[in-house]
Each structure stands twice: as structure tokens, then as C-alpha cells.
Design a binder for this molecule. Structure first.
Ligand code: ARG
Length: 404
């Protein structure tokens, strides 16, 4: 018999797991984290939601049920460092689910220490990315802890889960019949499975929960200004998790942040996933515009490669890696000059940057202008072109000699 900390969502699968572990004779501590899944609900409502999940875990027989509001920690320690790297896996996915798993791993390890547990467990299946991320996370933080994935040991079909729940008096929410697998936190919502498994099938409107359908979006644009201070965004004085909640609602009303992606999973499969990430889409557009204004050409070129590798590391489960920490240190240098304002227009699914300014702008209107007041020395271009092109003259000469 072990003491096991189970990452418990309150859904059908993890409720069945909880019961199964109890039937095996273990002591179970149910751990539930609020990462802003009910993003947009007031803080109090969200806390109520996780309190209700913990009550369910206790009713099912868990020895302890731990409910943690980790929205601020998620924002500060996971979302913001990744934001500085403009995270978009395969150019598209802002890594909402992927960023939450290393935090869940940390919470599992911390809770195991609090309760003297020797094992942690999660409800991920053997096909997905999340098993990899949670287990790499736990092993990075405590290599002595045992990790169990009961759904991998013994896969559970939906009908079997429902039958098991009925037999063991586990309350089944209506959502047990839901047609998709959904994961959400304040950085975005992921939707997969069901009819989406056929990549030719257009996303049905019922898959979207945060973003308005085209016919329900306002016909007039709304303008917002994102303020950056050393890389940290705010809008009209609102920052942190509250800003993400607010932008998810506002951007969602304009249908911003829908992503339909065939992506490459860690375990080698391709899968099709939809995402809704209004806040992430708006903030990433704003950040990229400001970076283009204040970073040097060489920083931008080099950073694009670093950003891409950063997203791959996070997607692949290597959050706790020295390379990621090194990238954070690299990003801290550019972040120190990333202050300024970005003006965006939200309309019909698009967040369009329409203006940008910063005290650190490297853009110089006097040099760039084609109008009067031009301070650029046009004659200097002559020498630049002459010297920079020298190797081309030689190459052309060599090529001409070779053919003659
Ligand atoms: N494909 C995304 C990732 O690997 C999301 C995974 C969770 N998605 C879900 N719908 N349950 O990060």
C-alpha cells in the first residue's frame, strides 16, 4: 500500500482512477489546481469550482483533497518566460496545455512531500504529450518519486468508464457524453478528438467555447493599447492573470485566436487540434510588433531561432532543462528594453497592430523618411554597395573564366 498523490480534475476519467487506486488499497491524496480554466469567471467563482471538485474527491474516499489556486504562479513562472520567447509551436500553437504540465508536475512533487507520499499519478493516456511532460517534470524535480499512469497500465474506454462509475456511485456530469477532449487554462483552450479526427472535416462551431462565431462578432472594430514594461504587458492598468481573463473575453467576442493545426506530437504521431487563444494571440501580436521596433536586426534574426527552439523544448516536455534557463537569460537582455505601447484593432477574428511607439525605438523617422527632412546620407550607400558586393564581382569573374 502506498500513499499516492493523484492529479485530479474532477472529470470522469480521474474519478474512475481515484476509485481504482482506492480499491487497490492505496491512500489517495487528490490534487486539483486552478489554472484559470474557468477563465473570465470571477476569482470567487473559480475558487468555488475547485472547492466543489475537492469535495467530490473526498466523497469518493480520498484521504485528503488539496485545491490550489495557482493562476498567479502559472502566469509569473511559466506563461511570462514563454511569452518572452514568443512561443508558438510549429509556428501556431501558443502552448497553453504544454506550459501547464510542468507546473502540475511541481505541484505533484510538492504535495507528495507535504503528505509523505512515495508515488504520484496522473490520468494521461499513452498516446498524448501530457504524460511525457508531467513525467519529465516530476523526474527533473524528484527522481526518487514513483510515477504511475493507470490509464496507460490499463486503458479505459468511455463506455467502461461510465459503467464503472455507475457501479461505484461516481456522479457523472452531463459532460461525460461530450464529443471532444478539452483542456483549458488562462493561456488558451485546446479541443481535440471526435469529428475533428478527420482532418478534412471543418471545425464545427460547437467545438468553440471562448470565441464567437463569425455571425455573432461585432461589426465595428475595437481599439486597445497594450502597454509593455520590460516585456510585461498591461492594458489600461490591468495586468497578470486578470489581463489574460479580460483579453480572453474581449478577444473572444471578436472571434480572435482560433487555430486549427495538424501538429507533430512528442511520441511521433501527427494529430489535429483546435485552439482558442484570444489573449495569447493579441499579446503575441503586440509583443512581436514592439520587438521589431526596439531590437536590433541581429537580435531579431538570432532570437527567431531561439524562440523556435524554446517552443520545441516546452512542447517536448523539457521545461526543466538548462537550455531553457539559458534562453530565459538571453531573453532577459532584450526584455530590459521592451517597454512601450502597441495599438491594436480587434475585428472579425483579427488582432491587427496599427501603431507602436517606445522610448527604446531604434526606428528613426528622420533617417527613414522619403519626405522633406531626410537626414540619411544617400552617398554613403555607394561605398557600402561597392564593398559589400566585392565578392560577387570576383565570383562573376571566376564563373566567366570557367565557361570560356
Ligand atoms: N495538443 C496540445 C498539446 O500537446 C493539447 C493537449 C491537450 N488537449 C486536449 N484537448 N485534451 O499541448
Amino acid at each position: 500500500m502506498s500513499t499516492i498523490v493523484l492529479a485530479y480534475s474532477g472529470g470522469l476519467d480521474t474519478s474512475v482512477l481515484l476509485k481504482r487506486l482506492l480499491l487497490e488499497g492505496h491512500d489517495v491524496i487528490a490534487l486539483t489546481a486552478d489554472l484559470g480554466e474557468s477563465d473570465g469567471a470571477t476569482g470567487a467563482a473559480a475558487v468555488d469550482a475547485i472547492a466543489a471538485i475537492s469535495a467530490k474527491a473526498r466523497a469518493l474516499g480520498a484521504r485528503e483533497a488539496v485545491a490550489l489556486d495557482v493562476r498567479q504562479r502559472f502566469y509569473d513562472e511559466y506563461v511570462m518566460p514563454a511569452f518572452a520567447a514568443n512561443v508558438r509551436y510549429e509556428g501556431c500553437y501558443p502552448l497553453s496545455a504544454a506550459l501547464s504540465r510542468p507546473l502540475i508536475a511541481a505541484l505533484l512533487v510538492e504535495t507528495a512531500r507535504t503528505f509523505g507520499a512515495d508515488t504520484v499519478a496522473h490520468g494521461c493516456t499513452g498516446k498524448g504529450n501530457d504524460q511525457v511532460r508531467i513525467e519529465f517534470g516530476v523526474r527533473s524535480l524528484d527522481s526518487q518519486l514513483r510515477v504511475r499512469a493507470p490509464l496507460r497500465e490499463r486503458p479505459l474506454s468511455r463506455p467502461d468508464a461510465i459503467a464503472f462509475a455507475a457501479e461505484h456511485h461516481i456522479p457523472i456530469a452531463q459532460s461525460a457524453a461530450k464529443p471532444y477532449s478539452i483542456d483549458a487554462n488562462l493561456w488558451g483552450r485546446s479541443i481535440e478528438a471526435g469529428v475533428l479526427e478527420n482532418p478534412w472535416t471543418a471545425p464545427p462551431e460547437d467545438a468553440f467555447g471562448w470565441t464567437a462565431s463569425p455571425q455573432d462578432r461585432p461589426a465595428t472594430a475595437q481599439e486597445i493599447v497594450v502597454d509593455f514594461h520590460a516585456g510585461i504587458p498591461s492594458v489600461a492598468g490591468v495586468s497578470g492573470p486578470a489581463l489574460l481573463a479580460q483579453l480572453n473575453i474581449l478577444g473572444g467576442a471578436h472571434g480572435i485566436g482560433r487555430i486549427d493545426l495538424i501538429e507533430d506530437r512528442v511520441i511521433g504521431l501527427k494529430s489535429r487540434e483546435l485552439y482558442e487563444a484570444p489573449a495569447a494571440t493579441i499579446l503575441l501580436a503586440a509583443r512581436e510588433a514592439l520587438e521589431r521596433l526596439v531590437l536590433t536586426r541581429d537580435e531579431l534574426r538570432f532570437k527567431a531561432g531561439v524562440d523556435r527552439k524554446y517552443a520545441e523544448l516546452v512542447y517536448d516536455g523539457f521545461w526543466y532543462s538548462p537550455l531553457r534557463s539559458a534562453f530565459d537569460a538571453f531573453n532577459a537582455v532584450s526584455n530590459s528594453r521592451l517597454s512601450g505601447e502597441v495599438r491594436l484593432r480587434l475585428l472579425q477574428g483579427c488582432a491587427t497592430v496599427v501603431g507602436v511607439r517606445s522610448p527604446f525605438a531604434l526606428y528613426d523617422e528622420g533617417l527613414a523618411t522619403y519626405g522633406a527632412g531626410d537626414s540619411f546620407d544617400h552617398r554613403a550607400a555607394d561605398g557600402f554597395i561597392h564593398l559589400t558586393g566585392l565578392p560577387l564581382d570576383r565570383l562573376a569573374h571566376v564563373a566567366a573564366v570557367a565557361v570560356s
